[in-house]
Write a protein that binds this ligand. Structure first.
Ligand SMILES: NC(=O)c1ccc[n+]([C@@H]2O[C@H](COP(=O)([O-])OP(=O)(O)OC[C@H]3O[C@@H](n4cnc5c(N)ncnc54)[C@H](O)[C@@H]3O)[C@@H](O)[C@H]2O)c1
Length: 384
C-alpha cells in the first residue's frame, strides 16, 4: 500500500490549543502511528510547516517536537503548492482574514472555532470556500468526547424514549491572578476588544452539540454576566475584565426539547466533571461528563419522598448505572483531524464545514443580542 504526504501549514501552534491538542495530540500522534489510513488502504502522512510570529520561538518549538519545517512568513508558505491545507488555531480576531488569504491561495481550510468574530465574516469565508471549491472544516471537538459519544449511542439505541430536556453545566473557577495564584487561561478571554467573552467562546460549541445530539436550535434566550471585573494578566498587570465571564442560556430545539446550559468561569465544581449534561427522556435519563456517562431507566427510577423534617437517606448519585467503555475512545481532536484528512485526500463524507462553523457564530451573536435586548430570539436558517 502506498503512503503519500500531505503538506499542512499550521498557524497558531505556540498557543494552548494549537500546541497541545492540534500539534502534539493530533498531527504528531498521527505521524507516530504511521499516518492516516484511507478507505483503499493507502496511508497519508501529514507533513506540517509551523508558522509563528517569533522566529526563535517557532524554531525552538519545531526543534523540541522534531518538526522539520517552520517559518515566520505566512505569505511565502501559502505559495508552496505542496502544502495544500491551511490550519489556524491562533487568535479568533485574525482568523477570518487569514482563512480568506488561504482560500484565495487555493488551500483547503481547517480551523478552530469560532470561525470568525462576526457572523458576516463567518458567512463570507464559508461562501468564498464554496465558490473556490476548497474543502473546509471547523473543530467541533465536543462531539468526540467519550461522554457525549455515549449520549449519542443511548439516543440511537432508543434509550431516552421521547427526549424532554437537556441541562448542561460548564465551567470552573478561573483564578483572578491577584492573590498568589496565576490565572490559568489567557487574559484575552476576559477582554472584549481582544475577542474574549464566554458567550462567543462557548455558544459556538453549544450550537453543534445541540444541533447534532438533541435537535436543531430554533430559539435562544441568554443572560450574560461579568462577575469578576478586574483580573491580572500574564505579565502581572491588573486589567479591567470588560466582557462576559458567565452565560445562562436557554434554547428551544426542534422536536420540543428544551435545553438550558450554564457556562461560567466564576463557579466552583461540585459535580462529576468540568462539563456535564443531564438528558431527561420519557424512558430514561443520562448524565455525561467529558468521559463518563451514567444512566437511569424508567424502571430503575426511585420514588423519593419530600420531607424536610428528616435528613435525606437516599444516595441519589449511587442510583445510576455506568455506561461501560466497550470501545476505545481516542482523543477527539485527533479523530476529527483524521476524518478531515481522509475527506481532503479521498473525498470521504464530512459535515463539519465552515457553514456549520458559521452557525456557531450565529448562535453566539444571537446570545449576545438576546442579553442586550433582554428577549427571546429565533434562530433563522443561514443561506450560504
Ligand atoms: N476547541 C476548543 O475547545 C477551544 C478551546 C480553547 C480555545 N479555542 C480557540 O482556539 C484559539 C486559540 O485559543 P488559545 O486558548 O489557544 O489561545 P492562546 O492565547 O493560548 O493562543 C493564541 C495563539 O495565537 C497567536 N497570536 C495571538 N495574537 C496574534 C497576532 N496578533 N498575530 C499572530 N498570532 C497571534 C499566539 O502566538 C498563539 O499562538 C481561539 O480561537 C479559541 O477560541 C478552542
Amino acid at each position: 500500500m502506498a503512503t503519500r504526504t500531505l503538506g499542512i501549514i499550521m498557524n497558531g501552534v505556540t498557543g494552548r490549543m494549537g500546541l497541545n491538542q492540534h500539534l502534539v495530540r493530533s498531527i504528531l500522534a498521527i505521524r507516530q502511528q504511521g499516518g492516516v489510513v484511507l478507505p483503499n488502504g493507502d496511508r497519508v502522512m501529514p507533513d506540517p510547516i509551523l508558522v509563528g510570529r517569533n522566529a526563535e520561538k517557532i524554531a525552538a518549538l519545531a526543534a523540541q517536537y522534531g518538526v522539520a519545517r517552520h517559518t515566520t512568513d505566512l505569505s511565502a508558505a501559502l505559495k508552496n503548492p505542496n502544502d495544500t491545507v491551511f490550519f489556524d488555531a491562533a487568535t479568533t480576531q485574525m482568523r477570518a482574514d487569514l482563512v480568506t488569504q488561504a482560500i484565495e491561495a487555493g488551500k483547503h481550510i481547517y480551523c478552530e472555532k469560532p470561525v470568525a468574530d462576526s457572523l458576516d465574516k463567518a458567512i463570507a469565508i464559508a461562501k468564498l470556500a464554496k465558490q473556490k471549491g476548497v474543502k473546509n472544516g471547523v473543530v467541533q471537538d465536543k462531539l468526540f468526547l467519550p461522554g457525549l459519544r455515549k449520549i449519542a449511542m443511548l439516543r440511537d439505541a432508543g434509550f431516552f424514549g421521547r427526549m424532554l430536556s437537556v441541562r448542561g453545566e460548564f465551567g470552573y473557577w478561573v483564578f483572578e491572578g491577584d492573590w498568589g495564584q496565576p490565572a490559568q487561561r489567557p487574559s484575552w478571554n476576559y477582554k472584549k476588544a481582544e475577542g474574549g467573552g464566554i458567550i462567543l467562546d462557548m455558544l459556538c460549541h453549544w450550537r453543534y452539540v445541540l444541533d447534532n445530539l438533541f435537535g436543531k436550535v430554533q430559539a435562544v434566550s441568554c443572560l450574560g454576566a461579568t462577575h469578576i471585573g478586574s483580573r491580572v494578566d500574564e505579565s502581572g498587570k491588573t486589567y479591567t475584565a470588560d466582557t462576559d465571564d458567565a452565560a445562562y442560556a436557554t434554547f428551544q430545539l426542534e422536536g420540543g426539547v428544551i435545553a438550558h446550559i450554564n457556562s461560567s468561569w466564576a463557579t466552583r465544581l461540585r459535580r462529576e466533571d468540568l462539563v456535564t449534561f443531564q438528558v431527561d427522556g420519557t424512558h430514561g435519563s443520562a448524565v455525561a461528563g467529558l468521559t463518563r456517562c451514567v444512566t437511569q431507566a424508567r424502571v430503575n427510577t426511585p420514588r423519593p419522598v419530600w420531607n424536610p423534617d428528616v435528613a435525606q437517606t437516599m444516595k441519589f448519585n449511587e442510583q445510576w448505572e455506568e455506561v461501560p467503555d466497550n470501545v476505545t475512545y481516542e482523543n477527539g481532536f485527533k479523530i476529527q483531524w483524521e476524518d478531515f484528512i481522509r475527506h481532503v485526500v479521498a473525498g470521504t463524507p464530512w459535515k463539519y464545514d465552515l457553514v456549520e462553523g458559521a452557525k456557531g457564530v450565529q448562535l453566539a451573536e444571537l446570545g449576545l443580542k438576546s442579553w442586550a435586548e433582554r428577549r427571546w430570539l429565533d434562530v433563522p436558517a443561514l443561506s450560504i
